[in-house]
Design a binder for this molecule. Structure first.
Ligand code: ADP
Ligand code: SR1
Ligand code: MG
Length: 422
């Protein structure tokens, strides 16, 4: 079937063309359709049987341009295939932590998936100060499992390389190479920042030591093909409620550094922490929520590190490429294997700080901010959060090699916010 854009009027006819979807709704069901895409790239339709709220699905379609920048910014539709492939891998290695994939149509660039009608995009309730006691447990499992099982620490060399070959994703990688690691720090037409932090933006662009480290992190992003990463794991790609957490929207997925995903989660939580200087005037309510955010960051990292270490110790195989079990088969081998795991996890923490640090900067001076911050209407209050985000981002990046635990990263957030009065 040749490609055409879906809309509310033609989508039911489209479902009838797809063997996997045509019987999803009873023939006479009163079906409601709404487009809800609020992301930067694609169109998302919810299709619901009004007689049965459990009988619903989501259809996501990639059009040949970038939604947030319009038709003048072309983008190939291959991204739908990468998203479908990544959803398959996530469901395989982290079942219950991603939406179920019902169908993928390459010609139409559409994905049909489970409707998460009882979940919310995480940014929204976090701005309303809702706490999620099970989030750290869930997201640390998602990270540990998807990253470990797609790495050379589990797979054989040929298995990893064959999987990697399915995730070239050259176009969306190029977007992040530009929008995260390059354009925000030089003149580029799409850059956008609050004029009240212009001094900070100009200082970043003229800071040689910082620019050398941003270049180093770009090299890591491009060349450290450690595991299948989600590659856009901000809190707009997480849907959750009090009991359940799902990671959506993995269209940027490719083989990159593990620290990019972990850094994205932690850095987005810190941006939410900072946003409460604008959203929450009551100092007690603000401090209470901010304390929960920092504790969640600590738990995510500590649980990730423990789970990753345990998965590795329990699942390493005779043909795992880094390293085959036989490599550790000598009298001190088990201690050496444990030391290698700890050394690797320490390096992941360093890269978490480095990539997370750059991602603070890109959100403050690049193409798009995050809703937590951009929804602070008063530019002066927004600047308080933005200035702190730039300071924290610089320090996570510049001090990453001296960081020995997650407490050091949290300490930087506390130091950079201790004198804020609003
Ligand atoms: P984009 O690729 O454009 O960033 P997203 O995958 O982030 O698109 O989806 C955009 C929005 O659509 C989300 O913010 C969410 O509100 C909604 N959405 C996406 N997937 C689902 C789903 N499986 N169930 C319910 N809503 C969803
Ligand atoms: C214009 S696309 C901007 C950003 O949206 C996605 O969420 C990626 O992070 C990308 O950089
Ligand atoms: Mg999105």
């Amino acid at each position: 079937m040749p490609f055409y854009p879906l809309n509310e009027n033609n989508i039911l006819d489209y479902l009838q063309q797809r063997p996997a979807l045509k019987d999803f709704f009873p023939a006479d069901a009163p079906v409601a359709i709404r487009e809800v895409g609020d992301g930067n790239l694609n169109f998302v339709y919810i299709i619901e049987n009004q007689d049965d709220p459990e009988n619903a699905m989501v259809i996501k379609q990639a059009l040949p341009y970038l939604r947030v920048l319009g038709e003048s910014w072309p983008l190939t539709q291959e991204r739908a295939r990468y998203e479908a492939q990544a959803l398959q891998e996530h469901n395989k290695y982290a079942p219950g932590l991603a939406p179920e994939l019902y169908d993928f149509d390459d010609e139409m660039s559409t994905i049909a998936m489970e409707y998460l009608g009882k979940h919310a995009i995480m940014r929204k309730p976090m701005v309303a100060r809702e706490k999620f006691p099970r989030f750290a447990e869930h997201i640390s499992s998602f990270l540990a499992r998807t990253l470990y099982f797609t790495s050379d620490y589990y797979l054989s060399g040929p298995e990893k390389k064959l999987l990697q070959a399915k995730f070239v994703n050259e176009e969306l990688r190029k977007l992040q190479e530009d929008f995260v690691y390059t354009n925000p720090y030089k003149e580029s037409e799409e850059n956008n920042w609050n004029p009240l932090v212009d001094d900070e933006v100009q200082a970043v662009r003229a800071d040689t030591a910082l620019k050398l480290e941003i270049a180093a992190m770009k090299n890591s992003y491009m060349n450290h093909a450690e595991a299948l990463i989600h590659a856009d794991l901000h809190t707009g790609s997480i849907m959750l409620n009090q009991e359940d957490t799902r990671v959506i929207d993995p269209e940027f997925a490719f083989f990159g550094p593990m620290g990019y995903d972990i850094g994205a989660v932690l850095q987005n939580l810190v941006l939410n922490y900072l946003s409460h200087y604008g959203h929450t005037p009551d100092p007690e309510a603000r401090a209470d929520y901010q304390a929960w955010v920092l504790e969640t960051i600590r738990e995510i990292w500590n649980q990730f590190a423990a789970k990753f270490d345990a998965l590795w110790a329990e699942n390493a195989r005779p043909d795992s490429e880094l390293m085959p079990l036989g490599y550790w088969d000598y009298p001190d081998g088990q201690e050496a294997f444990a030391a290698y795991r700890q050394r690797t996890i320490q390096h992941i923490l360093e890269e978490t700080a480095g990539h997370g640090g750059v991602k603070f900067l890109r959100r403050m001076m690049g193409v798009v901010s995050v809703w937590d911050i951009s929804s602070i209407e008063d530019p002066a209050k927004r600047a308080v959060a933005e200035r702190a985000a730039i300071h924290i981002g610089k320090r996570w990046l510049m001090e990453r090699k001296a960081i020995s635990s997650i407490d050091d990263l949290i300490g930087i957030v506390q130091e950079e916010t201790k004198d804020i009065v609003v």
